[in-house]
Design a protein around this ligand. Structure first.
Ligand code: UDP
Length: 455
C-alpha cells in the first residue's frame, strides 16, 4: 500500500535500446527529485535482460513489443519489428495505464520516445498528458522537421544546405538516412514520423541544453515549442544534487569497473585514449583492423570497448600483442571511465549520449561517425563546439590508420589539443550550470512539471 504523497505520476516509455533508455531513465530520476512518482516502462525482453535494481528511486514496469523471448534480434526485419511493436505495444501500454487507474497514483503523464509515436495516441485515448522526449540534438531534430514538412526536398541536389539556426551543412554532415538515400527505409520513416505525433503532443522535451545549441533551439522554437532539459547525466557527474545518483542504473550489458579502474589508475593523467562505438556497434572487419593498427602504432595507451559481437573482427593475437599498452573490454561504465583523470581523449562514434557525456565531463573527442545522427553530431563536435576533430573517410568508406593516428595526435597533444581541452571544460561548466537549480534546463523541467500538473 503506497502512502507517500506525490505531485503526480509520470510513465516514461523509451525506445528499447541502451542509448534511448539511459536519457529517459535519468530524466525520470530528475522528476522524482521534483516530488513526482516515475515509472519507466521497457519491453519485457529488455526488462528481463537488464534486471532493474529495486533500490532505485524509480519504479519499473513492462509493455510488450511482441518479441518477449528475444527482442529485436527475434524480428525478421526492422519493419516487422516496428509494426509489431506498434500493435502489441499500444495494447500493453493501455493495459498498464488501466492497471494503475484505480491505485493511489494513477498515471498523469506519459513521456514517450517519439520513435514510438503511437504512444501519444494511447495517452490521448485515456485523456492523459503526453510529452514527446527527443533523444537527439536539436539540430538533428530540426533537420528531420524540415524534411517531414517538405521544407527540405530529397534527394538533396545542391549543397551546401542552409537550415535556419544551423551551421552551413555539406551532404556528409547530414544524418545518414538523408545523405545516403534509400538506406534503412524503415528507420528513415521512423525518424520523420517523430513529427507526425509531436505536433499534437502537450509538451516537447529535448535532451540538450540551451547554451549548447542556442541558435538551433531559438530557430526551432519559432515553429514548435520545445523545452531543452538536458544533459541527462547522473547527478554525481554534474550538480551532485541527487542522492546516490552516480550511475544510470540498469544496463543491458555487464561491465567490469574493477578491471577498468585498476588499469586506468596506473596510467598518467591525460595519457589514455578511450574508444567506444556505443551499444549498437557494427564496424567492418577492415575498419576494425585500421583502428587496431592505428592504436598499435600510436604512442598512447588505450582502453577500447569491443562488444562481444565485434570481438571476432579484431586482428589475430591483437590482445596478447598489445600487452599493458591497451585494455580491451566488452563493456564498461562509460561515465566512470570518462571521468578518470587518465583519459586524454574519447574516440567515439558520436552517438548523442556519448557525445553529451564527453561534453559534460570535459573530454575532447575524435569523431568516427558511422550512421544516423552521428554525422551531424560529429560536425558540431569539430566546427561548433570545437572540442575535437572528425576523422576523414576514404572513398572506400574506411577511415585509414594514418588518419586515425593523425586525429589522435591532434587531440592528445599540441596547441590545438590544449584548445580542445579548454573548450571541453567550458562546456562542462555550462552543462553543470544548466542542470543546477535555477539553470536553463532546471527551469524548463519545472515549467514542464507545472504544465502537466495544472493541465
Ligand atoms: N555505454 C556504456 N558503456 C560502454 C559503451 C557505452 O555505459 O562500454 C553507454 C554510454 O555511456 C551511453 C550509451 O551506452 O550512455 C550509448 O549511447 P549512445 O547514444 O552514445 O550510442 P548508441 O548506443 O545509441 O549508438
Amino acid at each position: 500500500m503506497e502512502n507517500k504523497a506525490y505531485r503526480g505520476h509520470v510513465l516514461a516509455l523509451p525506445y528499447p535500446s541502451q542509448g534511448h533508455i539511459n536519457p529517459l531513465l535519468q530524466f525520470s530520476k530528475r522528476l522524482v527529485s521534483k516530488g513526482l512518482k516515475a515509472t519507466l516502462a521497457t519491453t519485457l525482453f529488455i526488462h528481463n535482460t537488464m534486471q532493474p535494481q529495486s533500490s532505485s528511486s524509480l519504479q519499473f514496469d513492462t509493455i510488450s513489443d511482441g518479441y518477449d523471448e528475444g527482442g529485436f534480434a527475434q524480428a525478421e526485419s526492422i519493419h516487422a519489428y516496428l509494426n509489431r511493436m506498434e500493435t502489441i505495444g499500444s495494447k500493453t501500454l493501455a493495459d498498464l495505464i488501466i492497471k494503475n487507474k484505480n491505485t493511489a497514483n494513477p498515471i498523469d503523464c506519459i513521456i514517450y520516445d517519439p520513435f514510438l509515436p503511437w504512444a501519444l495516441e494511447v495517452a490521448k485515448k485515456f485523456g492523459i498528458f503526453g510529452a514527446a522526449f527527443f533523444t537527439q540534438t536539436c539540430a538533428v531534430n530540426f533537420i528531420y522537421y524540415h524534411v517531414h514538412h517538405g521544407l527540405l526536398k530529397l534527394p538533396i541536389t545542391s549543397t551546401p544546405i542552409s537550415i535556419p539556426g544551423l551551421p552551413v551543412l555539406e551532404l556528409e554532415d547530414m544524418p545518414s538516412f538523408i545523405s545516403v538515400p534509400g538506406s534503412y527505409p524503415a528507420y528513415f520513416e521512423m525518424v520523420l514520423n517523430q513529427f507526425s505525433s509531436s505536433d499534437n503532443a502537450d509538451a516537447i522535451l529535448v535532451n540538450t541544453f540551451y547554451e549548447l545549441e542556442p541558435e538551433a533551439v531559438d530557430s526551432m522554437s519559432k515553429v514548435c515549442q520545445l523545452l531543452p532539459i538536458g544533459p541527462t547525466i547522473p547527478s554525481f557527474y554534474l550538480d551532485k544534487c541527487l542522492e546516490n545518483d552516480n550511475d544510470y542504473g540498469p544496463n543491458l550489458f555487464v561491465s567490469d569497473s574493477f578491471v577498468c579502474n585498476n588499469w586506468l589508475n596506473t596510467k598518467p593523467e591525460g595519457s589514455v585514449i578511450y574508444l567506444s562505438f556505443g551499444s549498437m556497434a557494427s564496424l567492418s572487419n577492415k575498419q576494425m583492423e585500421e583502428l587496431a593498427f592505428a592504436l598499435k602504432g600510436s604512442k598512447f595507451h588505450f582502453l577500447w570497448v569491443v562488444m562481444a559481437s565485434e570481438e571476432a573482427k579484431l586482428p589475430e593475437k591483437f590482445v596478447e600483442e598489445i600487452g599493458n599498452k591497451g585494455l580491451v573490454v566488452q563493456w564498461c561504465s562509460q561515465l566512470e571511465v570518462l571521468s578518470n583523470k587518465a583519459i586524454g581523449c574519447f574516440l567515439t562514434h558520436c552517438g548523442w549520449n556519448s557525445t553529451l557525456e564527453a561534453l559534460s565531463l570535459g573530454v575532447p573527442m575524435v569523431g568516427l561517425p558511422q550512421w544516423t545522427d552521428q554525422t551531424t553530431t560529429a560536425k558540431y563536435v569539430q566546427d561548433v563546439w570545437k572540442v575535437g576533430v572528425r576523422a576523414k573517410v576514404c572513398e572506400n568508406g574506411i577511415v585509414e590508420r594514418e588518419e586515425i593516428e593523425f586525429c589522435i595526435k591532434e587531440v592528445m597533444e599540441g596547441e590545438k589539443g590544449k584548445d580542445f581541452q579548454k573548450n571541453a571544460m567550458k562546456w562542462r561548466e555550462l552543462a553543470i550550470k544548466a542542470i543546477s537549480e535555477g539553470g536553463s534546463s532546471d527551469k524548463n523541467i519545472d515549467e514542464f512539471v507545472s504544465k502537466f500538473i495544472n493541465s
